[in-house]
Design a protein around this ligand. Structure first.
Ligand SMILES: O=C(O)C1=C[C@@H](OP(=O)(O)O)[C@@H](O)[C@H](O)C1
Ligand SMILES: C=C(OP(=O)(O)O)C(=O)O
Length: 435
């Protein structure tokens, strides 16, 4: 990531890495397929590395976060290759071993999911990541591993973990109010611990619960017994993990800005292959866009969103689907009155402090946005072009693209940072507008 430029007071100038967000000159009419889900791809990779036999993953996401996950698992001994064609990966589990160095980049799924896996390796594994990743919370996962007898030096990135090839397992107490990924991480590896694992959450409510439901679902599909019948308590029985042969669903959170575009620019956008049953938090897209005033139709063709010419104000609790917040905030700047986004205090520790970043960048365009303890209040005002800083956050790029549909002259700084989950986002976006 390059340094953030100051906000100019006049027309923005364009420098390397900047992307002038295109205006929508006419209503949209586009069908936009989106690549595989980050959350599913990285869970499947972890389970495949811990499985008893070779797995096949079809339509995996190819992006910075999934590449980092592959490289980390390979460093621990796992074999990962492209299959017969480019749309599949073959994953061959091997005994996990150190010494290894793991680069987590800025990926929450890598920095949280892999310490409990590395604990099963024999040898020392050191972890680090982007500068911005060092401020992302990790302590509860490392503390839980320590309570199971694993040797860990450090409380966040960078840290070092030394495994003996096995983990006793048992009950751990975790405050997962900072991230659902703390729970998912321990559950994913827990089946391979001698006594399995029981995770008990103690603290304020856990955010992003659909992501834990996703973890439970993929474990069950791999033959693992999971009890999630009680709130804030998850039990994973010790067992083998079956090899996987799975197709990854499209990433519904990455589909969200494309579908939102129909509401902002008018016309319609369809994302094909929308699953009719899914644990992805991105499925909240349907309800959110409807609340803003769009027409939403799930059919054999996929999910179609049509603009109605009206964008209504919303009062939304996004605790379950917090990764959608940046694009929701962008939509709200065009609404017919003030909107309130709640339940997302923890996104201050996502890729960046998303509440501060959104307030700063939207206000620089002329909107009136204030931060609350757990969200944002957005009072729409006329906006004009400016540099839109992205803080290494892929979802800030997506939010800026949505704004640029209607606000001329938005220059998205460091747009390449969107490669965290969608390297060809800007090309797809341009295609959607030109279609
Ligand atoms: O487990 C996962 O794949 C994710 C869980 C969520 O994290 P938080 O619980 O930290 O919000 C979500 O926001 C993130 O994008 C992906
Ligand atoms: C919060 C996000 O990512 P991560 O998996 O790095 O937590 C996100 O994708 O919005």
């Amino acid at each position: 990531m390059s340094a953030e430029p100051p906000h100019p007071t006049q027309t923005a100038t364009i420098s390397a890495g900047d992307w002038p967000a295109p205006l929508a000159e006419q209503p949209l009419d586009a069908v936009i397929p989106v690549p595989g889900s980050k959350s599913l791809t990285n869970r499947f990779l972890v389970l495949a590395a811990l499985a008893q036999d070779t797995s096949r993953l079809t339509n995996p996401l190819r992006s910075r976060d999934s590449t980092l996950m592959c490289e980390a698992l390979q460093a621990l001994g796992t074999g990962i290759q492209s299959g017969a064609d480019d749309s599949e990966w073959i994953i061959e589990p091997n005994p996990l071993r150190g010494p290894a160095s793991i680069d987590c980049g800025l990926a929450g799924t890598v920095m949280r999911f892999l310490p409990p896996v590395a604990a099963l390796a024999e040898g020392t594994v050191d972890f680090d990541g982007d500068e911005a990743a060092r401020r992302r919370p990790l302590g509860p996962v490392l503390e839980a591993l320590r309570s199971l007898g694993v040797s860990v030096r450090g409380d966040g990135l960078p840290f070092e973990l030394t495994g003996t090839g096995r983990v006793s397992g048992g009950t751990v107490y975790v405050d997962a109010s900072g991230s659902s990924q703390f729970v998912s991480a321990l559950l994913l590896a827990g089946a391979r611990y001698d006594d399995g694992i029981t995770v008990i959450h103690e603290g304020k409510p856990v955010p992003s619960l659909p992501h834990i439901a996703m973890t439970v679902e993929v474990l069950r599909d791999a033959g693992v017994l999971v009890d999630d019948s009680e709130a804030n308590r998850w039990r994973v029985e010790p067992s083998q993990i079956h090899a996987l042969d799975v197709a990854v669903e499209p990433d519904l959170s990455n589909a969200f800005p494309f579908l939102a575009a129909a509401l902002i620019a008018g016309g319609q956008v369809t994302v094909p292959d929308w699953p009719h049953f899914t644990t992805q938090a991105g499925d909240h897209t349907r309800d959110i866009l409807q609340q803003f005033g769009a027409e939403v139709e799930l059919s054999r063709a996929g999910l179609t969103v049509r603009g109605t010419g009206h964008i209504g104000r919303v009062d939304l609790d996004l605790h379950e689907a917090s990764e959608l917040s940046p694009v929701v905030a962008a939509i709200a700047t065009f609404a017919d009155g003030p909107s309130h986004l709640r339940g997302i205090g923890h996104i201050r520790f996502h890729e960046t402090d998303r509440l501060a970043a959104l307030a700063s960048e939207l206000n620089a365009l002329g909107s009136d946005v204030t931060e609350t303890e757990d969200g944002l209040v957005i009072r729409p005002k006329p906006m004009q072009g400016n540099v839109f800083r992205t803080y290494g956050d892929h979802r800030m790029v997506m939010a800026a693209a949505v704004l640029g549909l209607r606000v001329p002259g938005i220059v998205v700084h460091d747009a390449g940072t969107v490669a965290k989950t969608m390297p060809d986002f800007t090309a797809r976006w341009t295609r959607m507008i030109g279609d």
